[in-house]
Write a protein that binds this ligand. Structure first.
Ligand SMILES: [Zn+2]
Ligand SMILES: [Zn+2]
Length: 314
């Protein structure tokens, strides 16, 4: 049985989507989205701003269908494209719908932000992206944060050492200045960040800028490319943490356990609250060391427990 048909048989759906569109009254859309999601018992995270809407929600197959239907019935979200994945249950613990000044933040000064509806890189389908990667001398740029590319990335990609998307402008100015006449291919999880990132690259004088339409998620579900050349898992911002992308023989894990160095895609947060570092930890080492990134962090937590102070997060 293929991955896709296995996924389709699961009782829940995870929907992810974005749409850059002028929203005159974000607060009203927040309210109507909250009503809709509560009615359908959807959980997840939705961000709404004057520049658009971005969300990932989980719910029963029926609820997910109802949500997509309702979105396509509303003028603002009529053209929404959804990425749909199967799941055994909810992948979020709760529902959060928030208004934000921007749905994606490059951190540029007011008035200088990129409007992807006006300027963005050329969109490539998964097949076009894969073909260019293989046949041309391209610069492959990962448009995500370091903790995401550490879990998985396209083979040969440049993975910026940044912790936030707003760090990209400075990082690009510092590191990519010599590549302005090269063909740049960017990718991110679902495509929303690349819309702005490629707009920024064009603004900076890069001449040949393309982006992977639908991001890594669509690349993984595309029946033709089947995630080829993607290594490791795709980081996602829900309880799953990582999802499979590459469905070909070349799939492999690239991340290594912090403690023993064995290949492992298991991401954990250090159990010492002041550290909270995200690190890879294999099952065996988690049993042995507990959920700590280091012996030092475990000892701090143990000393605190002995001193009778409750941990910050219990
Ligand atoms: Zn280990
Ligand atoms: Zn730690």
């Amino acid at each position: 049985m293929t991955q896709e048909s296995k996924s389709a048989e699961l009782p829940y759906r995870v929907l992810s989507y974005y749409h850059y569109v002028r929203i005159e009254n974000p607060a009203a859309l927040v309210q109507s989205q909250r009503d809709l999601c509560q009615e359908l018992d959807l959980k997840g995270r939705v961000l709404i701003g004057r520049e658009g809407i971005n969300g990932t929600v989980s719910g029963s197959t029926e609820a997910a269908a109802g949500y997509m239907h309702a979105m396509r019935d509303a003028a603002l979200t009529r053209e929404m494209e959804f990425k749909v994945d199967g799941a055994p249950g909810h992948v979020f613990a709760r529902l959060s719908i928030k208004e934000r000044p921007e749905v994606v933040t490059l951190g540029l000064p007011p008035g200088e932000d990129i409007d992807p509806r006006k300027r963005t890189g050329r969109h490539l389908t998964p097949s076009e992206f894969q073909e260019l990667m293989e046949t041309e001398e391209v610069v492959l740029l990962d448009g995500r944060n370091r903790y995401e590319s550490d879990l998985g990335r396209f083979r040969g990609a440049i993975c910026p050492d940044v912790e936030h998307f707003r760090d990209f402008p400075a990082w690009i100015r510092k590191n990519l200045g010599a590549l302005k006449d090269r063909k740049i291919l960017t990718y991110c999880t679902g495509g929303i960040r690349c819309e702005k990132l490629t707009g920024f690259l064009l603004h900076e004088g890069f001449t040949d800028v393309c982006q992977l339409r639908g991001g890594i998620l669509d690349y993984g579900s595309d029946p033709e490319v089947q995630g080829r050349d993607f290594e490791g898992l795709c980081y996602v911002f829900d309880e799953r943490i990582g999802v499979e992308v590459n469905r070909t023989e070349s799939r492999r894990i690239i991340s290594r356990c912090r403690h023993c160095g064995k290949l492992s895609p298991r991401y954990r947060n250090c159990g010492w609250p002041q550290c909270n570092a995200q690190f890879f930890c294999c099952q065996g080492c988690e049993g042995e060391f507990g959920r700590f990134c280091s012996v030092a962090c475990r000892e701090k937590k143990e000393n605190q427990a002995m001193a009778g102070h409750p941990g910050e997060k219990g």
